[in-house]
Design a protein around this ligand. Structure first.
Ligand code: G3P
Ligand code: CA
Length: 300
C-alpha cells in the first residue's frame, strides 16, 4: 500500500529542519549534483529505460547506459526464502511467465516464491520476443550491473509492509556489494519509499544515506519529513510550483535544501512543465526524450 505520512506533531517539533533563505541553492543528488536551480533537472530512468527494454531487468539498466543515462530507478521486494529481487508488482503475473510455469500457484505473489523459482522465469517475453530470457534480477545482480556501467541508483523499497525488516535486508546487501562506502553514498545512491516509516528506518540505521519520500505531503507536514528524508518525490500529476518551493525552503537531515524528483514524466511537454515548476529531477520511462526536451528547452 502506498502509505501517507504517519508523522506526528511531535516529530514536527523535534525536526532538525531549518528554514532556508529564499534563493538559496538546492541540491538534487546525494552530492549536490546540479538540479533545477543550477540548470537542468536530473534525468532518472524509471525501472531502467523501461520504454525500450523490459522494466527492472538488467537489459533495462544497460539500455539506460547505452542512452547515456546515469541514474536508474528500481523496485526491491523479498522472496519466500529471503532473497531481494528487483520487480515492481507484488505478484509475478504481469512481468513474467509465472502463470505458465507454475499454473497452480495463483496469485503468484513474489513473497510465495523462492529465489530459485523466480530465477527460472522469463521476465522479457511479455515486453517483446527479442527480450525472451531476461530474468528477474536479484538486488545483488542488479547492483553489479549498475556498478559495471558506472551508473547511479535510486532504489525504491517497494511495499515494505509486506516484508517486515526488509530495510535491514537491503542495507546488508548494499553493504556486501560495496554500495555503502563513502563514494557510493556520497554520489551514487538514494533510497526512497512510499512508506515514511521505511524511509525513517533507513535514515536511522544509516544516517549517511540520502533518502527520498514518495508522495505529496501537506506543506505543514514537511518539516516532520525533513527530519529523515532529503527528497520529496511526488507524482507529476499533482505537482505544483508551490509544493516544489515549499520543499526547497526546508533543509533535510544533511543540512541541504530538500529536493524534488517527480515521476513518471514520459513526454517532452511534461518534462518542460516539470522543469518550469522547479523540480530537481525527473523520473521517466523515456529518459532520452526527457533529456533531449530539457536540452532544447535549456538552449532556447
Ligand atoms: O520512482 C517513483 C515511481 O517509481 C513510483 O511509482 O509505482 O512506478 O513504483 P511506481
Ligand atoms: Ca518505483
Amino acid at each position: 500500500m502506498k502509505t501517507r505520512s504517519s508523522v506526528t506533531v511531535a516529530a514536527v517539533l523535534l525536526s532538525a529542519a531549518l528554514l532556508v533563505a529564499p534563493g538559496a541553492a538546492t541540491a538534487a543528488g546525494p552530492d549536490g549534483e546540479a538540479g533545477a536551480r543550477h540548470g537542468r533537472p536530473l534525468v532518472i530512468a524509471h525501472r531502467g529505460a523501461s520504454a525500450y527494454a523490459p522494466e527492472n531487468t538488467l537489459a533495462a539498466v544497460d539500455k539506460a547506459h547505452e542512452l547515456g543515462i546515469d541514474w536508474v530507478e528500481n523496485d526491491v521486494q523479498r522472496t519466500r526464502d529471503g532473497e531481494l529481487v528487483v520487480i515492481h508488482d507484488d505478484t509475478l503475473r504481469r512481468t513474467t511467465d509465472a502463470e505458465r510455469v507454475f499454473p497452480d500457484r495463483a496469485p503468484w505473489k513474489v513473497e510465495d516464491f523462492t529465489a530459485a523459482e523466480i530465477a527460472r522465469l522469463d521476465a522479457g517475453s511479455w515486453f517483446g520476443e527479442r527480450w525472451a530470457g531476461a530474468r528477474v534480477p536479484t538486488l545483488s545482480q542488479y547492483l553489479r550491473t549498475v556498478e559495471a556501467n558506472g551508473q547511479k541508483l535510486l532504489l525504491e523499497i517497494k511495499a515494505p509492509e509486506l516484508y517486515p525488516g526488509v530495510e535491514g535486508d537491503i542495507l546488508r546487501v548494499l553493504r556486501a556489494e560495496g554500495w555503502l562506502d563513502r563514494s557510493h553514498v556520497a554520489r551514487r545512491l538514494v533510497v526512497q519509499s512510499f512508506s515514511a516509516d521505511s524511509v525513517r528506518t533507513v535514515h536511522e540505521r544509516r544516517p549517511e544515506i540520502t533518502t527520498g519520500f514518495l508522495g505529496t505531503p501537506e506543506a505543514a507536514d514537511l518539516p516532520g519529513y525533513a527530519a529523515f528524508t532529503d527528497q520529496i518525490n511526488p507524482s507529476h500529476t499533482s505537482l505544483t510550483a508551490g509544493q516544489v518551493a515549499a520543499a526547497h525552503r526546508l533543509k533535510g537531515p544533511h543540512g541541504k535544501p530538500l529536493t524534488v524528483h517527480t515521476w513518471t514524466v514520459n513526454d517532452a511537454a511534461g518534462a518542460v512543465r516539470a522543469r518550469d515548476l522547479g523540480v530537481d529531477g525527473i523520473i521517466t520511462n523515456n529518459p532520452d526524450v526527457v533529456r533531449d526536451a530539457l536540452g532544447r528547452a535549456g538552449s532556447g
